[in-house]
Design a protein around this ligand. Structure first.
Ligand SMILES: Nc1ncnc2c1ncn2[C@@H]1O[C@H](COP(=O)(O)OP(=O)(O)OP(=O)(O)O)[C@@H](O)[C@H]1O
Length: 601
């Protein structure tokens, strides 16, 4: 996505015009359209939003009135009039102001959080139904950021920026009216001051912007390196690259230190300067009003007090609105990214009259199947093969030849681009998706375990299974032994999603999961290439055992594992190069025979 990034000065609650630490603004591509969609999401909360609007007006009214009443109090003191009622009034105003802001926060928090709750739910629902091809196009980190950061940003905008923007807009309007009413001449001077401060702020933030952007870039690079170093620490150590890693880190760390010092010095130097200018403008207005008072143009000292308080109130929202608007833009751009996910086409629904697949026999046929993840890069070309029910078929071939792709097509993680795959005589696309997926027990090379107990991981596809069934499945898979040795046996929680187990152990658990699921067709992508020979034997025995009497498709890396298969398919660059039993292929003395001889020495 083309992002339009721009420096934004930080929020500045106290002063009038502080240049500051800086962030990056991402501008939305379609502000109006996205705001319209966000507005739609607040459908059930319009009344609450109406209240917020009203309360913002009231809050601004209260803060606009207070300087006026303060002025009256000063006039009362100087004139010797009764002061008490004015002070009571003033206290009442401040209490009202507090109460209104509290109500505002209450409405905002409730609406903001409810809308976000809704967005998170639909987003998660959508993620569940998106085709796998979508995840190929987006990095996981980016998707995570959309689900967390972007959604948080929308929430912050709804609950804070919106109220502030409304309140400030009302305040500027109200204060301006009061100032003009009190003294048009002083208002003119104040406006000149505001324009001056605003222009200076712009110039100053432009100067610091570059430094802060650079700082952000260096910080990003440093963070990237830290992440890479931690995740690849074992490789770094294995290749004795600690020194280079340290040197690179030190270089980035030093650069970050230098650029940060420069940026902070600049803003540290400019900030007080801006305050001085700010105060000078304030003093100028005060002196000018003093002169007007002395020469009799203004007869009321309270009016000057009110006016000076208004000047403070008038300048602050200008700088604040610019900052809040930038936050607002970033949040709207975040909302845009969230909507992009919501607009993605979900996995195609079952077609009308889709068939139930209640008791599949397991006859599989690939007819002239072609496929590419990317339309211009075919991965499978004209693959035709019959896999009779109850037989074991092994797919072998070099890395990248398309073995896993066949499994992706069988399970309909992707759909064929040409030709068709039939199960029991019907195209896979004719069946109900849930029935089809339930027909397959899958053990993938990437063992996906969850941060739950071993027992729950095995019972993942069969949550109602009794403990004895779970244990039995683990025994068949040859996993019972090592699970018993875990600190809490089957109740051990895999806090790191299984990363605390060896790869072989992880795969044994997923095999146990497939055993428990008891699906009529089994698909096994063996991970034996990276486990020791004892574990390999274990996995192999487990696999053969669960393949008995079922249709099974095994992707094998070590050919000794699949010697006894009913059929072996050798894939080469997405095409079937050889096909037959082990004996037939050895007799053929072609590529399979060569691979086998090489592997077995
Ligand atoms: N999700 C994907 N998006 C784009 N291209 C992909 C994707 N998955 C695989 N490919 C490409 O498709 C080709 C076949 O990949 P596949 O995973 O089927 O190979 P394989 O034979 O199973 O390899 P290995 O033995 O290494 O697991 C490769 O060139 C790979 O780069």
């Amino acid at each position: 996505m083309a992002e339009n990034k721009e420096y934004v000065p930080p929020r500045n609650p106290g002063g009038i015009s502080r240049p500051g630490r800086g962030g990056v603004v991402v501008k939305p591509k379609n502000m109006k359209g996205t705001l319209g969609r966000l507005w739609q999401l607040t459908k059930g909360h319009r009344k609450g939003l109406g209240w917020i609007f009203l309360l913002s007006g009231l809050a601004s009214g209260a803060s606009v009135l207070s300087p006026y009443v303060t002025g009256k109090a000063v006039t009362a003191i100087s004139g010797g009039d009764a002061l008490t009622w004015i002070l009571v009034c003033l206290t009442g105003l401040y209490v009202c102001d507090w109460l209104i802001r509290f109500l505002q926060a209450f409405f905002m928090a409730s609406i903001g959080q409810n809308v976000i709750h809704h967005i998170r739910r639909v987003l998660f629902d959508q993620i569940k139904t998106l085709p796998l091809a979508f995840f190929d196009r987006h990095r996981h980190g980016e998707l995570m950021s959309r689900l967390t950061n972007d959604v948080d940003n929308i929430s912050i905008t709804i609950s804070s920026s919106l109220t502030l923007l409304l309140t400030y807009a009302f305040t500027i309007g109200g204060v301006f009216v009061m100032m003009v009413t009190l003294s048009p001449l002083l208002t003119l001077v104040a406006i000149v001051g505001v324009v001056l401060i605003f222009t200076l702020t712009k110039i100053v933030t432009k100067r610091t912007r570059k430094l802060f952007l650079e700082r952000q870039k260096v910080l990003g690079a440093l963070n990237g390196q830290v992440e890479e170093s931690i995740s690849g620490l074992s490789i770094v150590r294995a290749f004795c690259r600690e020194e280079e890693m340290e040197r690179e880190f030190e270089e980035k760390n030093t650069r970050l230190c230098r650029v940060s010092i420069r940026a902070l010095i600049w803003s540290g130097y400019l900030m007080p300067l801006m305050n001085v200018i700010n105060n000078l403008c304030y003093v100028a207005i005060a002196v000018f009003s003093g002169v007007l008072f002395v020469n009799g143009s203004i007869g009321d000292i309270g009016l000057i007090t009110s006016f000076l308080l208004y000047v403070r109130q008038f300048t602050r929202p200008f700088v604040e609105i610019a900052n809040i608007y930038n936050n607002f833009q970033t949040a709207v751009a975040g909302a845009e990214r969230v909507f992009e996910i919501l607009d993605e086409e979900p996995e195609p629904a079952d077609k009308e009259g889709a068939l139930h697949l209640t008791a599949p026999r397991g006859n599989i046929e690939l007819r002239h199947v072609s496929f590419g993840y990317n339309p211009d890069k075919p991965v499978l070309r004209d693959v035709s093969v019959k896999i009779p029910a109850g037989t074991q078929t092994a797919i072998v071939g070099a890395t990248g030849s398309g073995k896993t792709t066949i499994i992706n097509l069988l399970t309909r993680f992707y759909d064929v681009s040409g030709g068709s795959i039939l199960l029991d005589g019907h195209d896979l696309r004719d069946y109900k998706m849930d029935d089809l997926r339930a027909a397959f027990g899958v053990v993938l090379q990437d063992t996906a375990l969850f941060a739950e107990s071993v027992r729950d991981n095995i019972a993942y596809g069969h949550p109602e299974a009794a403990m004895e069934q779970i244990r039995q499945a683990a025994r068949v898979a040859g996993a019972d032994g090592f699970i018993q040795r875990l600190p809490k046996g089957y109740d051990t929680v895999l806090e790191q999603g299984g990363m605390e187990l060896s790869q072989g152990e992880r795969q044994l658990i997923t095999i146990a999961r497939a055993v428990l699921a008891n699906a009529p067709i089994l698909i096994l992508d063996e991970a034996t290439s990276s486990v020791d020979t004892v574990t390999e034997q274990k996995i192999r025995r487990a696999m053969l055992k669960i393949c008995e009497d079922r249709t099974s498709v095994i992707i094998a890396h070590r050919l000794s594992t699949i010697r006894d298969s009913d059929m072996i398919i050798l894939l080469e660059k997405g095409e079937i190069a050889e096909q037959g039993t082990h004996e037939e292929l050895m007799a053929l003395d072609g590529r399979y025979a060569l691979m086998y001889k090489t592997q077995t020495g």
